[in-house]
Design a binder for this molecule. Structure first.
Ligand SMILES: O=C(O)CCC(=O)C(=O)O
Length: 337
């Protein structure tokens, strides 16, 4: 019996900027966009061509003895290779030159020139390859944040995580399975920061992660030329079914000052969310001054207050307002009788 029902991610053809902005983006759900023109990269990006055009530019890569990479337990090492040597190794199953073992797995997530400050931008790091890849103009130029190479060995699986910006993942060569979970299922994913602790999503340890089965599993297999729209906050886990080259493009869909300015990866929480989380920590420290039964009482009331104010479904803001008798105002809340 399958652990979780697989919900297919819908596939849309004939999507242009207008259709994307009117019908797809506002739904805030993942979508596969098939047949959007991505440029000559689809024909040109062979291993040989990538090596010739990317030359020996040094790239920092993840190398692991197993294909399932685990960020939380760090079962991989960072190494630097010339881009052409990296692409050659990532495309082969067994390596004559290797760091850890002859069948090690490789993964590149390209970085900016100044890794700590600058987001990755294909046109700056790989100008000769960038001209082959046409970024779909589904957002305004000033919303552009980054374009990132994602190059993986066959079988490589990247941990489940979320990003805070909207993102189009373009699969240029190779097939890739992507499993996604809604932001509303965050509590079933056992988060540590922006990553899920559930590494093996196909055979999870249900003794450690009993709630995981409650998360709805959305799934698609990307083919060369497909774009996957990953709305901000949607969790995603990728598995390369073949050696593959992808580019993902992030853009700011919230006002620019909502984002953390020191975030070259596009995965730091928006500044208002960070402020709210810090305020929560302060609130919890205040509750610590009380005996356990009082902490329990006020903790439950805080949860209800947060649900009423923030949840989009169930206890929605509207139904909370309509049901004025049961609405806790902030005064009632802060001055309990
Ligand atoms: O394609 C991958 O390997 C990972 C993609 C990803 O994490 C993203 O698009 O944000």
């Amino acid at each position: 019996m399958e652990l979780q029902e697989k919900i297919p991610v819908p596939i849309f053809t004939e999507v242009d900027r207008d259709v994307f902005l009117r019908e797809i983006c506002p739904q805030r759900r993942p979508a596969v966009l098939r047949g959007v023109p991505l440029g000559p990269c689809l024909e040109k990006w062979t291993v040989e061509y990538l090596g010739q055009k990317g030359r020996d530019k040094p790239v920092k890569i993840h190398v692991s003895t197993v294909p399932q990479m685990d960020f939380l337990r760090k079962n991989f090492v960072y190494k630097t290779l010339p881009f052409n040597e990296f692409v050659k190794r990532a495309s082969e199953k067994k390596h004559s030159d290797f760091f850890l073992c002859e069948d090690e797995s490789y993964y590149l997530r390209s970085l900016g020139e100044d890794v700590r400050k600058e987001p990755a931008d294909l046109s700056k790091q790989f100008p000769d390859l960038a001209e082959d890849f046409h970024i779909p103009h589904f957002f305004e130029p000033d919303q552009f944040f980054s374009s990132v190479f994602r190059i993986s060995s066959c079988g490589l699986q990247l941990w489940t995580h979320y990003d805070v910006m909207d993102n189009l993942l373009a699969q240029v060569t190779g097939m890739k399975r992507v499993v996604l979970y809604s932001p509303q299922d965050a509590l079933h994913l056992y988060l540590s920061g922006d990553k899920s602790e559930v590494l093996d999503i196909d055979a999870p340890d249900l003794k450690r992660f009993p709630e995981f089965v409650k998360a709805k599993r959305y799934e698609c297999v990307l083919e060369p030329g497909d774009l996957l729209f990953i709305p901000a906050l949607w969790f995603h886990n990728t598995t390369a079914l073949q050696f593959g080259v992808g580019v993902n493009v992030f853009w700011r869909h919230l006002p620019a000052d909502s984002y953390d300015k020191k975030d070259p990866y596009g995965n730091k929480d928006p500044v208002a969310a960070t402020r709210a989380l810090q305020a929560l920590e302060r609130a919890l420290r205040a509750l610590d001054e009380l005996p356990a039964d009082y902490q329990d009482f006020y903790g439950r009331r805080m949860i209800q207050r947060i649900q009423k104010q923030t949840y989009c479904d169930g206890l929605s803001a509207t139904s909370a307002q309509e049901d004025s008798d049961s609405t806790l105002t902030s005064r009632q809340f802060t001055k309990p009788g």
